[in-house]
Design a binder for this molecule. Structure first.
Ligand code: SAH
Length: 459
């Protein structure tokens, strides 16, 4: 039998894919359908057919899923920011838990793992403390400041972003006026010409302090007094800067940031610690959930007071300082120089003296520290970017053999890959705690507690 391109099929959607698409089955074939939701019954037209799977275009919803809701955002379908806003929030959480379990079983080959119920958000809207807006001119020459559409660099504007901070819209309006009044040129990716590229806005969740950083393909911003004057009318504005990015790249920020007004950072608090955050530093985007995440790390660490801990991929030292309140000594390592400068200031500002920070790639610093200085750790915390830990980092962790490992991850697939390696080399997974940091998107965060079972030395 089989299935054919351009033919129509009726299927029931049973799962959600990595991009938020619906997944159904037809005679053994897996069919991916954009804009279809779990438990929808849909008619699709196949647009691409491969050996075991196919892509279908949604033609008709024959019977809508009971989990469909009316997404509040008007541009939700076009904008690439949220993928599952049209799905009931509780069902989003079910999906995320399953995503973690599936990855650990399929990629990690980990069976019978203790996965806790996901920690969801109480108010899953307007939660992001950071937004990065691309600035573009469309084909008709109109100025567009918004978010990229899915898999494209087409900018979709919105009146109100339902996961962003409501202050962003007034800031974007000011920037638009400034561009218009002063004829500021806009960056064009095709010919690498034009000045303004991106707007980064960050707001402290508890302090409400606001930072605006304008990313430019050039050295300076013309008539900058005008934009400063307008931006400083926004309550709690603390930091205005330009970031210089003259590279032909998709990476948003360049290496140099110049302060235009105020401080070159904002402050925010997590638990009882105050952090300074620079434009270039990483800071978790969902502050309310971050506290829950870090408290879980602290709970898993079960610190008695005499421990030496390594916090690998430490950013501005957020987890490091959380742990240092109880541990004997905590070391942090991080690749971004500005983040380590923030981390050191943060330690000082909070009178925490039992920490030490190193700038560099974890894959260089950790093996070097181990091979040359024989570093020791009772507990190791890792919180890598989406691509997970470099194998040389994992190998050194196996050599160090800490009693406890805590893995904080924002990507279940690379988490599963790394846990597999660690479990094959002397560790066992005790508990997995998924946390929803990114409501309405397909992303999910996890904290994993691992214990060393003494096998590494027997290999
Ligand atoms: N633990 C921190 C940061 C986690 S995000 C927090 O919770 O805030 C991951 C961090 O890893 C980022 O700060 C990023 O700059 C850093 N990073 C990325 N690649 C790295 C590498 N190869 N070596 C060290 N740090 C790296």
């Amino acid at each position: 039998m089989g299935i054919s391109k351009n033919d129509y099929y009726t299927i029931k959607i049973e799962d959600i894919g990595d991009k938020g698409e619906g997944i159904g089955k037809y005679e053994g074939y897996t069919i991916f359908v954009k804009d279809a939701y779990v438990e929808d019954e849909v008619k699709v037209k196949l647009t691409k057919v491969k050996k075991n799977y196919a892509f279908g275009r949604l033609i008709e919803i024959i019977k809508p899923s009971p989990y469909r809701i009316e997404p509040p955002c008007e541009v939700y379908k076009q904008c690439g920011g949220c993928q599952i806003q049209g799905l009931d929030y509780d069902k989003q959480l079910v999906f995320k838990e399953k995503k973690v379990k599936d990855a650990l079983e399929r990629i990690g080959k980990l069976k019978n793992i203790n996965i806790n119920t996901i920690i969801g958000m109480e108010h899953p809207f307007f939660y992001r403390n950071k937004s990065q807006y691309p600035v573009k001119r469309d084909n008709e020459g109109n100025l567009k400041i918004g978010f990229y559409a899915t898999r494209s660099h087409h900018v979709i504007e919105h009146e109100k972003c339902y996961i962003g901070n409501p202050v962003n819209e007034s800031i974007i309006e000011i920037i638009k006026q400034y561009v218009h009044n002063n004829n500021i040129s806009i960056y064009d990716e095709e010919n690498h010409k034009g000045l303004m590229r991106h707007i980064l806005i960050r707001a402290g969740h508890f302090t409400k302090e606001i930072m605006v950083c304008i990313v430019i393909n050039g050295k300076d911003l013309p008539q900058k007094d005008q934009v400063i004057k307008a931006l400083t009318t926004i309550p709690n504005m603390k930091s205005i800067s330009v970031n210089i990015n003259t590279e032909k790249t998709n990476v948003i920020l360049g290496h140099q940031t110049k302060k235009l007004w105020g401080t070159d950072y904002i402050l925010d608090t997590l638990g009882n610690i105050t952090y300074q955050i620079s434009p270039q530093s990483f800071y978790q985007v969902n502050t309310v959930q971050t506290e829950k995440l870090y408290n879980k790390v602290l709970e898993y660490a079960q610190i008695k007071g005499d421990e030496t801990i390594w916090d690998i991929y430490c950013g501005i030292g957020t987890i490091t300082l959380y742990l240092a309140q109880k541990a004997k000594k905590v070391y942090g390592v991080e690749i971004v120089k500005e983040a380590i400068e923030d981390a050191r200031k943060n330690a000082q500002m909070n009178n925490i003296n039992n920490v030490e920070f190193y700038t560099g790639k974890a894959e260089d610093v950790i093996p070097r520290k181990y091979n040359e200085e024989g570093i020791y750790a009772d507990t190791i915390v890792v919180d890598p970017p989406r691509k997970g830990c470099d194998e040389s980092v994992l190998k050194t962790i196996v050599d160090i053999s800490p009693k406890k490992m805590i893995y904080v991850s924002c990507d279940p697939s690379t988490l599963a890959r790394d846990l597999k390696y660690l479990c094959e080399n002397g560790f066992e997974v005790k508990e997995v705690q998924p946390v929803d940091m990114f409501g309405h998107t397909v992303h999910v965060e996890c904290v994993v507690l691992m214990r060393h079972c003494g096998l590494a030395s027997e290999k």
